[in-house]
Design a protein around this ligand. Structure first.
Ligand SMILES: [Zn+2]
Length: 71
């Protein structure tokens, strides 16, 4: 739902690994670009897109439970 989309974009912007290609200079989510290892500019190497999706659904569930308690 909405909370999941919010958590997903928030996590994606903060913890998901982002790399800069040493060859073409563009930012990428991939650790290898243009056949060369990229330089990590932020995030964690283990935080893949799948991990972000999993975490965001967990957070959305927790948030929904929390809101349910308050209402
Ligand atoms: Zn490249």
């Amino acid at each position: 739902g909405l909370a999941g989309a919010f958590a997903d974009s928030w996590l994606g912007a903060t913890v998901q690994a982002m790399y800069r290609c040493r060859v073409c200079g563009s930012e990428t989510e991939r650790a290898v670009h243009c056949g060369s290892a990229s330089e990590r500019i932020r995030g964690f190497g283990w935080m893949t897109n799948d991990a972000v999706n999993l975490l965001s659904s967990l957070m959305a569930g927790a948030l929904a439970a929390l809101l349910g308690e308050l209402l």
